[in-house]
Design a protein around this ligand. Structure first.
Ligand SMILES: NC(=O)C1=CN([C@@H]2O[C@H](COP(=O)(O)OP(=O)(O)OC[C@H]3O[C@@H](n4cnc5c(N)ncnc54)[C@H](OP(=O)(O)O)[C@@H]3O)[C@@H](O)[C@H]2O)C=CC1
Ligand SMILES: O=C(O)[C@@H]1CCC=N1
Length: 266
């Protein structure tokens, strides 16, 4: 299938690298715009530099939109006349609804929103998608196939997409803060930095993998680590005295609300 990408920055690049790595698109099937980031990504992946945004989308079967939320309407307006009517439009922008996208596109253009996160580039994303008015089951199946190749992909109601930003798209950065803190904690206690970083990162990967594979409640997994009177409870008591879980939930709420704000007209 032919793919056009507008928005060749951090997330657009991560998705594209993931798809090329998974063999879903041959580099010759990918058209990128002739701007600095598009040229750089094209050179890295062997993709085609098409020219203007309009020239990029001409003939595309799938258009991936990964520009900033406030740039979406103007970019779509710019390319709508060159966009093939059957082209599946996939937006990864936080906050911007399918209704807002459809408002600037020709009638019945199939639109879906997807929210992946940056581990997409190594096939370990957590993604959720929702459908616009003209999206069919076949379109949903295409999106599921594309994003399952980059990790986990589930469908949610559009009203839940802002919460997906809070938990997964932004949530990955919250995890990196925790990773840094866990690493620094190890260094503080005398571990060499490289060893602390490796141990901390694998601890996060292993903890997540165990939760996914067993389906057990996090509390059960936590209980399996806590020897009565032991080391783990000594640490958990410190985290809880600073309302660790409450502050994480507040971070998810803040990111969710900010996502909703990004989609509101100024
Ligand atoms: N980063 C993330 O983890 C996530 C991001 N998102 C969403 O993804 C989108 C992109 O975010 P992110 O990748 O972080 O942002 P970046 O700033 O890294 O990328 C934005 C890209 O848009 C390009 N661009 C800007 N203006 C135009 C234009 N007029 N025509 C074509 N391309 C243009 C820029 O090109 P150039 O650099 O050449 O100017 C840049 O490559 C946002 O909507 C965000 O909400 C969603 C989930 C996670
Ligand atoms: O911070 C942001 O606005 C973007 C959207 C989700 C992740 N990064």
């Amino acid at each position: 299938m032919t793919l056009a990408v507008l928005g060749t920055g951090k997330l657009g690049g991560a998705i594209l690298r993931g798809w090329v790595r998974a063999g879903l698109f041959a580099p010759s099937e990918i058209a990128l715009p002739a701007r600095a980031s598009g040229r750089a990504l094209a050179a890295e992946l062997g993709a085609r530099v098409a020219g203007s945004n309009g020239e990029t989308v001409a003939g595309a079967e799938i258009l991936l939109l990964a520009v900033k939320p406030y740039q979406l309407a103007s970019v779509l307006t710019e390319v709508r006349d060159q966009l093939p009517p059957e082209c599946l439009v996939l937006s990864v922008a936080a906050g911007v609804s399918t209704t807002a996208l459809e408002a600037v596109l020709p009638d019945r253009q199939p639109v879906l929103r997807v929210l992946p996160n940056t581990p997409a580039q190594i096939g370990a994303a957590a993604s959720a998608f929702c459908r616009g008015a003209a999206a069919t089951n076949d379109h949903a199946a295409t999106v599921t196939r594309l994003f399952s190749a980059l990790g986990l992909c589930i469908e949610v109601a559009e009203s839940q997409m802002d919460a997906v930003v809070g938990v997964a798209a932004s949530g990955v950065a919250f995890v990196y803060l925790f990773l840094e803190a866990l690493t620094d904690g190890g260094v503080r206690m005398g571990l060499p930095r490289a060893a602390a970083r490796q141990l901390a990162a694998q601890t996060l990967v292993g903890a997540g993998q165990l939760a996914l594979e067993t389906g057990l409640h996090p509390m059960e997994l936590k209980d399996a680590v806590t020897t009565p009177g032991g080391t783990t409870m000594a640490g958990i008591a410190v985290l809880e005295s600073a309302a660790f879980r409450g502050i994480v939930m507040e971070a998810v709420r803040a990111a969710t609300e900010r996502s909703a704000e990004l989609g509101r007209p100024k």
